[in-house]
Design a protein around this ligand. Structure first.
Ligand SMILES: Cc1cc2nc3c(=O)[nH]c(=O)nc-3n(C[C@H](O)[C@H](O)[C@H](O)COP(=O)(O)O)c2cc1C
Length: 391
């Protein structure tokens, strides 16, 4: 399948191909968000309220895109963020993401809710890898995962704090995501026509052994957690600020707090010694009607810039979005659906195509801005629409 232009010009073209390949249950899981999806829409729309201020007739010979965050040099100002159930979207899911990130000289953050063993994911890439931690399965399961992550050479832990309970994703309910994950074959029957209408995905899913337990959430005495049990496991093992203390005792690398959407939480993360934060709404999949995360970034930058690494995600579908976030003070960005659409459409080549689109976009945008490098971006390159900020 060709992923070149004119078939694939933008990330939304990869989204279209993902929609065609995936059954509604899986596409809705990837594409959807909570409740009325207000935050989801605002995440992308808010970028339109950040206006560029270019400098023309300025030479920008070779734009340097590299950044150094969490002690790692990345060739690109974005990394690939954690996407749960990636293996459901494509059998090579997390392996493909890790390999594509490493090839591009950037980092991949592996989700706790991963279908592949973290050691196998590590083996796919020469680039830095980070591990995203949920406490699903309890402290003993988390401790075992942290020990494995350390042994396998993961460089930082991303502790996601915005998931005390799974968000209300109504597309998942309508499309039978739970039934697809579940053990009862009869419950799947109403959804079969749609699944059968997506034979390429179905053949890959069957060949991959269908739904598998999560190999990085191993509950002592019980074994790996089943996919269907994840929501309940998340709810019964909520993370709190006090957990950071024991995580610190067993993990000596950087800790990043993922899911900061207020200045208060940004300050709290700094007070707890976090080496980084991710300003993120979890793709609008948790609490709906929190603002698109880019609206919160200026306040967070004012409060904690220089005290902790500020990472940013949410609604990034173009390289210019990354340029805006970096100019506003982010130290690096995370892609979510921006690469996952490519993964769902075509596996590793799809992710590589997404990375290529973002990279070309960023270089072009920097040149049009008259800015010589990602590192040279600052507040002189943009202005905000009145009322943009959500502190
Ligand atoms: C399908 C899907 C699964 C996700 N799974 C996780 C996860 O397991 N852990 C986590 O911390 N964030 C998870 N996220 C959030 C992403 O890491 C990231 O914050 C978000 O996707 C960024 O927004 P964007 O998709 O609009 O770019 C998930 C997002 C999506 C879309």
């Amino acid at each position: 399948m060709s992923l070149a232009a004119p078939r694939v010009v933008t990330i939304s073209d990869l989204r279209r191909l993902a929609r065609a390949r995936l059954p509604d249950a899986v596409f809705g899981y990837l594409d959807g968000a909570a409740d009325d999806e207000v935050t989801l829409r605002d995440s992308e729309a808010a970028f339109r309220e950040v206006y560029f201020k270019p400098r023309f007739a300025v030479a920008t010979p070779a734009c340097d895109l590299s950044v150094t965050v969490l002690g790692q040099r990345l060739e690109l100002p974005f990394m690939l963020g954690p996407i749960g159930y990636s293996r459901l979207m494509h059998p090579r899911g997390e392996l493909a993401a890790s390999a594509a990130a490493g090839k591009a000289g950037t980092a991949y953050i592996l989700s706790t809710v991963s279908g592949h063993r973290m050691e196998d994911v590590r083996a796919q890439s020469q680039g830095p890898l980070f591990y995203q931690l949920y406490l699903a399965g309890g402290r003993a399961a988390a401790e075992a995962a942290i020990a494995r992550a350390k042994a396998a050479g993961y460089k930082a832990l991303f502790v996601t704090i915005d998931t005390p309970v799974a968000g209300n994703r109504e597309r998942d309910v309508r499309n039978g995501m739970k039934e697809l994950m579940g053990r009862n074959p009869f419950a799947k029957i109403p959804y079969l026509p749609n699944i059968l209408a997506h034979p390429r995905w179905l053949a890959a899913f069957l060949a991959d052994g269908m739904t598998r337990p999560f190999p990085n959430i191993v509950i002592p005495g019980k074994g790996p957690l089943q996919a269907i049990d994840v929501a309940a496991a998340l709810e019964s093992a909520q993370v709190s600020w006090t957990d950071l203390k024991w995580i610190r005792e067993i993990w000596n690398g950087p800790i990043v707090i993922k899911g900061v959407i207020s200045v208060d939480d940004a300050r709290r993360a700094v007070d707890h010694g976090a080496e980084g934060i991710v300003v993120s709404t979890h793709a609008g999949r948790q609490l709906d009607t929190v603002p698109g995360s880019i609206r919160v970034l200026p306040g967070v930058v004012d409060a904690v810039k220089g005290k902790t690494a500020i990472l940013f995600d949410g609604g990034i579908r173009r390289g210019s979005h990354i340029v805006k976030a970096m100019a506003m003070g982010a130290d690096a960005c995370l892609l979510g659906r921006g690469y996952a659409y490519g993964m769902a459409a075509a596996g590793q080549p799809g992710i590589e195509r997404a990375i290529e689109i973002f990279t070309a976009d960023i270089i072009r945008t920097l040149k049009l801005l008259g800015c010589p490098s990602i590192g040279a971006l600052d507040s002189s390159y943009f202005s905000l629409k009145h009322g943009f900020r959500a502190d």
